[in-house]
Design a binder for this molecule. Structure first.
Ligand code: SF4
Length: 333
């Protein structure tokens, strides 16, 4: 059976400024199992990146804080570890993160080889020699499809796709058990996107890491993930296996809206069907369902009472009154 590497339970995160409190993550629970890929999908501002930053304790010091819940990596509560333990035992070694923009993730005045070497040296518990670490630098560069002789070059000498490969090489250098990839292909053109995704899949097979993939692209989720979560306004509104999410049937109205907004190449339409309206203001979240103002199925009850999660099968859950006990007589398309 797949082992649970990461377990997040009922996580709440707020950004506090002098003027207001932004409720960015509101009761998120999820599990990532070894060797599997979990996709988190949702529009900008849904809380995807904030959730992932909190796993590595990278929320902004002054404003971001976890106000509730637990994050455990292999039964270790991340927030009970000291800064030193986080740096030496978790970050980079057990959990690595690929950030959205490769242009700002790399140090412009260090060669790409030194940046990979630095990560290896920091986590060099086996006291490997410089030559051994250099050999590993060559190995990971080759692994991501960059000739080892280019390790003496600087980031500006690489294209966007190649820079992202370097970022992935740094993230994978220490063979982390969990790789968090925050929209790793957003800054890339489509052909390079496909190459980078294929490479991440190959690497997962070779290294056996679990991947937590954040994206707003349902195509990428279908291609890469075993399981998926749909986030909206800081909540998981639907979760399940890829089959649960992609098979037509019972779905959260927001998930249906996301699928409805994808262009269909087989039919000619003048305009796509967007989800009308905007996400609620996270400083003033409503009492009822957060999606109520945009939902074509909203009823009075939705505006007054927040829905509770309903399990439709062993893996498939939905946060919507239409699927709650007592409202099941409502027909679902
Ligand atoms: Fe729509 Fe009501 Fe379901 Fe919210 S609870 S998604 S408003 S039907």
């Amino acid at each position: 059976m797949d082992e649970i590497l990461l377990k997040i339970e009922d996580l709440f995160i707020e950004y506090q400024t002098e003027l207001e409190t932004v409720r960015a993550v509101n009761g998120v629970s999820l599990e990532v199992k070894s060797g599997r890929t979990l996709g988190i999908v949702g529009e900008t501002g849904a809380g995807k990146t904030t959730t992932c930053l909190s796993i590595l304790r990278l929320l902004p010091d002054r404003t971001g804080r976890v106000t509730g819940g637990n994050i455990c990596f292999r039964d270790k509560n991340i927030y009970s570890l000291s800064e030193e333990e986080m740096r030496t035992q978790i970050c980079g070694e057990k959990i690595s993160m690929i950030f959205q923009d490769p242009m700002t993730s790399l140090n412009p005045v260090m060669t790409v080889g030194s940046q990979i070497y630095e990560a290896l040296k920091y986590h060099n518990h086996e006291n490997k020699t410089r030559e051994e670490l250099e050999r590993r630098v060559d190995e990971v560069l080759e692994l991501v499809g960059i000739p080892a002789e280019r390790k003496t070059e600087y980031p500006h000498q690489f294209s966007g796709g190649m820079k992202q490969r370097v970022v992935i090489a740094i993230a994978l250098a220490c063979e982390p058990e969990l790789l968090i990839a925050d929209e790793p292909t957003t800054a890339l053109d489509v052909t390079v996107q496909a190459q980078v995704l294929a490479m991440m899949r190959d690497l997962q097979k070779k290294v056996g890491s679990a991947i937590l993939l954040i994206t707003h692209d349902l195509g990428v989720v279908a291609q890469m993930c075993d399981d998926a979560l749909v986030m909206y306004a800081g909540e998981i509104v639907e979760s399940g296996s890829i089959e649960d999410i992609f098979t037509p049937g019972s779905h959260h109205p927001y998930t249906m809206g996301l699928f409805g907004a994808i262009p269909d190449l087989d039919s000619a339409v003048d305009r796509l069907t967007p989800i009308e309206g905007l996400m609620p203001d996270p400083t003033k979240l409503p009492d009822g369902c957060y999606f109520a103002d945009r939902c074509p199925y909203a009823e009075e009850l939705c505006k007054q009472i927040h829905p509770t999660r309903t399990s439709l099968s062993g893996t498939h859950t939905i946060l919507c009154h239409r699927f709650s006990e007592g409202l099941k007589e409502v027909s679902h398309e």
